[in-house]
Each structure stands twice: as structure tokens, then as C-alpha cells.
Write a protein that binds this ligand. Structure first.
Ligand SMILES: Cc1cc2nc3c(=O)[nH]c(=O)nc-3n(C[C@H](O)[C@H](O)[C@H](O)COP(=O)(O)O)c2cc1C
Length: 221
């Protein structure tokens, strides 16, 4: 079982080029129903998900692209302002891998801008899930929603559905709220692009690495 899970996790990647063909409602329902098994503190199951289907996905993308071109990002949960060591180096390596896959040079400002903007087209995916939770529960429940995200991307991989979690789309909450039924009492956390990846898309050649377990886990006896 662990071997099978590790193989699935090892093969899963964030995908950043998708075919436009939608996934049928029954399969999407099966996926989100599977992720409902995620544990949460006091079993409050705080994740709230609004998922688009065509033509809503493109309508939402158009709205957010317009906002991204003209407005300043203002996520409801603050993004990190600074990445101290060792996070800075890991973040840089992640960016280098992605831009290298896309063939975008470090000083290619226009290329970088276009690549950034592709976040807001959800990388061409037919679906985007916008994930929020009730702000009255406070930030601790973000942990629960993160656990759910792990379940969701794992379940998607097992169904052959490709994903890309996206903090970027949370930067324009007004547009999300105008287009989707997101409760006033909720705080928007992130989006998830879903669909079938176009493996010929250059961004999908991106490979990230992981630190050895010793970097993250300390055994204390
Ligand atoms: C909460 C979260 C937010 C993310 N936001 C973005 C994003 O806005 N844009 C993007 O291209 N990738 C985003 N990613 C994908 C990460 O860059 C990716 O998970 C990481 O580089 C590891 O690569 P892998 O998913 O292919 O293993 C996000 C991932 C997570 C978990």
C-alpha cells in the first residue's frame, strides 16, 4: 500500500498546461466525495469549494486576467513577504526549474509576465476549484484545509485527473466573489486547476525535487 501511494505521489506533479475538454460531473463528484475522507480538527470539515465548469471557467478567467493586468493583488490571507533561508533557496530553485522548462530566460521580463498571467487563465484547465473556509473559525482551520488539499490531489492523481494548486488566483478575491457563490463569512484561500494535462506543454516538463527526510524530520529519543 505504501509503495503504491509513494508511486502515486512520486508521479503526481503540478501541471501548467491543460486540454480544454471538461471532466464529466460524475467523475468530479467521485473525486470530491473521495477527498471528503480528509480528517479535520473536531471533524468540522471546513473546506468550502466552488468549482467551475465550462463556460464559467473562461468567464472567470477573463475577469481575473483583467484584474491582474490592471490591479494590485490583495489576497485575503497574506502571502509571505519574505522567504528566509532555507526557504528562499528552495523557492528560487522551484522558479528556475519552471522557467527552464518553459525556455524563459532570467532577464526575459515579457516572457515572465506572460507565464505569470497564465495562472489567471488557470493554465487552460476546464475547471478551477476556488477553496475557502469560514473566517470565524480563525487561521487554525487552514491546517484542515491543507490536509484536504493533499487528499484531493492524491485522489485526482489516482483518477488520472491532473491538478495545479494555485495561491495566485486568491490574489483577486473581488472577482472571485463577483462570479461565484462564496459566503461573506468565508476567507478565500487558494484555487485548484483541474483537467487533463497536455504533456507537450513546455511547463509540464518542470520537475521539482524534495529535500531528504532529515531536513524536515527530527527524531527525538
Ligand atoms: C497551496 C499551494 C499554492 C500554490 N500556488 C501556485 C501558484 O499560484 N502557481 C503555480 O504555478 N503553482 C502553485 N503551486 C504549485 C507549487 O509550485 C508546487 O506544488 C511545487 O513547486 C512542487 O511541485 P509539484 O507540485 O510539481 O510536486 C502551489 C502549490 C500549493 C500547495
Amino acid at each position: 500500500m505504501i509503495d503504491e501511494l509513494e508511486r502515486l505521489w512520486g508521479e503526481r506533479r503540478s501541471r501548467r498546461a491543460f486540454y480544454p475538454d471538461p471532466i464529466d460531473r460524475a467523475t468530479l463528484t467521485k473525486l470530491f466525495a473521495a477527498a471528503q475522507h480528509a480528517p479535520s480538527w473536531c471533524n468540522v470539515q471546513p473546506w468550502r469549494v466552488a468549482i467551475t465548469e465550462p463556460p464559467k471557467t473562461v468567464a472567470l478567467a477573463d475577469s481575473i486576467i483583467a484584474a491582474a493586468k490592471s490591479g494590485l493583488p490583495h489576497s485575503e490571507v497574506p502571502f509571505p513577504l519574505d522567504y528566509p533561508t532555507p526557504y528562499k533557496e528552495l523557492r528560487v530553485a522551484c522558479g528556475v526549474a519552471l522557467y527552464k522548462a518553459m525556455g524563459i530566460a532570467r532577464d526575459d521580463k515579457a516572457g515572465r509576465y506572460d507565464a505569470w498571467l497564465r495562472n489567471y487563465a488557470f493554465f487552460g484547465a476546464p475547471h478551477v476549484a476556488i477553496v475557502s473556509c469560514d473566517r470565524r473559525l480563525g487561521p487554525y482551520v487552514y491546517v484542515d484545509v491543507g490536509v484536504w488539499l493533499g487528499y484531493l490531489v492524491t485522489a485526482a492523481a489516482s483518477l488520472g485527473i491532473d491538478t495545479c494548486p494555485m495561491a495566485s488566483v486568491a490574489a483577486y478575491p473581488d472577482r472571485l466573489r463577483a462570479e461565484l457563490p462564496i459566503a461573506e463569512t468565508d476567507v478565500i484561500l487558494f484555487g485548484i486547476a483541474l483537467g487533463r494535462a497536455d504533456l507537450a506543454g513546455p511547463a509540464n516538463a518542470c520537475r521539482t525535487t524534495r529535500e531528504p527526510v532529515e531536513a524536515n524530520v527530527t527524531f527525538c529519543s
